[in-house]
Every structure is written in C-alpha cells, then in structure tokens.
Design a binder for this molecule. Structure first.
Ligand SMILES: [Zn+2]
Length: 329
C-alpha cells in the first residue's frame, strides 16, 4: 500500500502520541503505588543505583564484564521479586508496574524487528480505505454489545424459528468464525432484508479480528468496485496503484458490505470473481453481506461465481422485521 509521506508521517505522529499517553499512565500508576507502598520507591532507587554501579565497574575492569553482569542480574531479580510481592500483598496485579502498551507486539513502535507490525499495516489500511472511523464504530458495534432483544421472539412459521433464536445462532456462528480464524479457513455470506443487523455483525467480526492483530479491509461493494474501476480505467483522474489494490487480495480478512448495491455489469462481475477466487486460492477468508436472497445471486452474478465461489461460503440468513426502528423505542 503506497501512502503519501504526509499520510505516513501522520500515522507515525499518532504512535508518538500513543507512547506519550501510555508513558504518562505508567508514571501515574507508579506515583499511586509509591503513595501507598513507600518501600517500592526504595526498591526502584536501589535498582537504578545498582545498575549504575555495575556500569562503572565494567568500565573500570572490562574483563570482569560477564561475572559483574551475572551478579547484577541476580540482584535485580531478587529486588523485582520483592516488589511484585509487595504489589500482590497490596491487592495490585503482579504486572501493575509493567510498561503500558497499546500494542504489546511492537511496544507501540510500529515495527517488530525490521518488519511493520500488524497494527501499523492496519493503520495504513485504515487511511488508504478511508476507514479511520471504523475503530470508533467498533467501540459500539461489537459482540459484547449485540442486543438480541431487538429481534422478535415469535416463531416465524415459514422458517420454524423465531427471529431472535435465529439471530442467536447466526451470532454464535460468526463468533466461532472469529475464534477459529487461525485454524479453520471459511467464508461467510450474511443475507436477509435490510435492517436485520448484517452490517452490525460484520462490525462485530471486524472488531474481534482486529483485537487479534489481524489486518481487516472493510469496504462496501460500491466502494470496492469504484476503487477497482479507478485502478483499471484511471477514472476521476485519480491514480490508484496496484499496491493500493493489493490489500484487497492479501489482507487477513476482507469484508464486503452490501453486495448488490454496486452497479452490476460485466466488469464488476469479472472483478468480483477474480478477487474472491484469488482469496479462496490463498485461503484468505472473506465475509460478505447482501440483501439479495440466494435465488438472486445467480440472477445478478454469473453461474460461474455462484458455483465456483459461493460454494466456499457458509450462508447465514437473518430474518424478522427491520430492527433499526427499534433502537429509538
Ligand atoms: Zn503493533
């Protein structure tokens, strides 16, 4: 993914801000602990003094370096053990004074060794696909906040199940999809009328996987095809490079929301086939939401897509009345 220098700089600035905030939070914790357990300060000062002493000794007699370092290591271990005991005795967790990181993988540096951390890759994807507001939405729309009460609990005669029970089983399936993401390759297609929580479930899935440090590209079908069209035909005098398209094929999870809302023509159909087929071949999961019923899939898209692609998808149907109206009751 190629972003401008300015965009990259602004991402790196956010990392810097994050480090400062976390450092401040760590310092506040330390102040609080010292207030309550003054001996922790004595231990911390001793750790600093001993480290300095040893550095000096090594400087004075470099040949003793190894044995001096071993002595230091043992002394520091004993001091830290004592500090942990004090923390636990005062009802703190053992790691309460450990440095705080938003991303433990890269310690908020954005890099693990020479490689970009998944959080950095995701930050780039968020900027590139203008999904920076996704994080905000996901704080609200996630598995923890899913509300089954919005679904009717009267049995739907045609389906033999109530919309609420049905939503529970779809929810459970989606949750399991995220839990077994690393061990099982599968794809989902969530369908049903508008307003039954399909986008909400897509968001739940996105949040659960972002929390697992997976890269997630979230696009509406409309956005996706506009992007591909711009890439192929250089429309809108905007240049989209292959790098920018690459994430669609390579991200850990691709979510295409509202399939069927795009303008369907030969171009979109063949792009859809290529994109989804590439992901299947490389065992990269995709989640699709659509208002179209399965009978409409082959009407809108070619039989090739329906038989070759959708055969690899688990269809999950949501039923009931539009739940969006109930939010305001
Ligand atoms: Zn990271």
């Amino acid at each position: 993914m190629s972003l401008s220098d300015k965009q990259i700089k602004s991402i790196l600035k956010r990392y810097e801000a994050r480090r400062l905030i976390n450092k401040k939070a760590s310092k506040e914790r330390l102040d609080e602990v010292i207030q309550k357990i003054p001996h922790v300060k004595v231990i911390n000062d001793t750790i600093t003094d001993k480290s300095l002493d040893i550095s000096k000794s090594i400087f004075n007699s470099p040949t003793d370096r190894e044995s001096l370092l071993t002595t230091l290591k043992n002394e520091l271990m004993a001091l830290k053990k004592k500090r942990t005991e004090l923390l636990i005795a005062n009802k703190y967790t053992a790691d309460y004074l450990d440095p705080i990181y938003t991303c433990a993988l890269c310690k908020d540096s954005g890099y693990v060794g020479d490689h970009k951390c998944s959080c950095f890759k995701q930050a780039i994807i968020d900027v590139a696909y203008a999904q920076s507001n996704l994080q905000g939405i996901l704080q609200v729309e996630n598995f923890e906040h899913f509300n089954f009460d919005l679904y009717d609990d009267e049995v739907n005669k045609a389906m033999g199940i109530s919309p609420r029970e049905n939503a529970k089983s779809v929810y459970a399936y989606c949750k399991k999809f995220t839990e077994t993401f690393d061990s099982t390759f599968s794809n989902l297609i969530l369908y049903g009328q508008a307003g039954l929580g399909k986008t909400y479930l897509c968001n739940c899935i996105a949040k659960a996987l972002l929390d697992k440090s997976k890269t997630v590209v979230y696009v509406t079908a409309f956005q996706l095809f506009r992007l591909l069209e711009t890439y192929r035909f250089h429309n809108n005098e905007q240049i989209v490079t292959y790098d920018e398209i690459d994430d669609i094929y390579t991200c850990d999870l691709l979510i295409i929301d509202d399939l069927g809302s795009e303008i369907i023509n030969q171009f979109t159909t063949s792009e859809l086939f290529n994109g989804l087929n590439t992901r299947i071949l490389s065992k990269k999961p995709t989640v699709i939401s659509t208002n179209l019923e399965p009978s409409g899939w082959s009407v809108n898209y070619s039989n090739r897509i329906v038989s070759r692609i959708f055969g690899h998808y688990t269809p999950l149907k949501l039923i009931g009345n539009d739940i969006r109206l109930k939010h305001y009751n």
